[in-house]
Design a protein around this ligand. Structure first.
Ligand code: FES
Length: 132
């Protein structure tokens, strides 16, 4: 009888330990996914055709071409300054990187394109999903 209580206690301890430790282990073993920081809504009619609508405080540019709408994160991929919109794309005021309207690097020191944000068109609106 005593042995049954001990093995039951041991089983309960093991289960409690597993319940506590599995979520912690999962945090380290499962790759981090991008977390949604928020959803930003823009009226399609507010975006100039063939141009960009820039939201400086959110560091977002929403660009409308004849074929689609896309959004770029305006954080420079070199060291994180905010790039400025130019007639031909974007330019970083810190170290001079230049990006085209697709966010691709034209001139370094940045070596990666500006980050594209997930965009979903919903009726008259464009939803931009901001991730961390
Ligand atoms: S932070 Fe943009 S070029 Fe260095």
């Amino acid at each position: 009888m005593e042995k049954t209580h001990k093995s039951r206690r041991k089983l309960i301890k093991t289960l409690v330990l597993a319940m506590v430790s599995l979520p912690l282990l999962g945090k380290f073993l499962i790759p981090r996914t991008q977390r949604k920081k928020g959803i930003f809504r823009v009226k399609k009619t507010d975006i100039p055709g063939g141009g960009a609508l820039v939201f400086g405080e959110k560091k977002i540019a929403v660009i409308k071409t004849s074929r689609n709408v896309y959004a770029l994160n305006l954080t420079c991929t070199h060291l994180g300054c905010t790039v400025n919109a130019t007639p031909k794309g974007f330019a970083c005021p810190c170290h001079g990187s230049v990006f085209n309207t697709l966010g691709e690097v034209i001139k370094g020191p940045a070596d990666r394109s500006l980050k594209k944000l997930s965009v979903e068109e919903q009726g008259d609106d464009v939803l931009i999903v901001m991730t961390s």
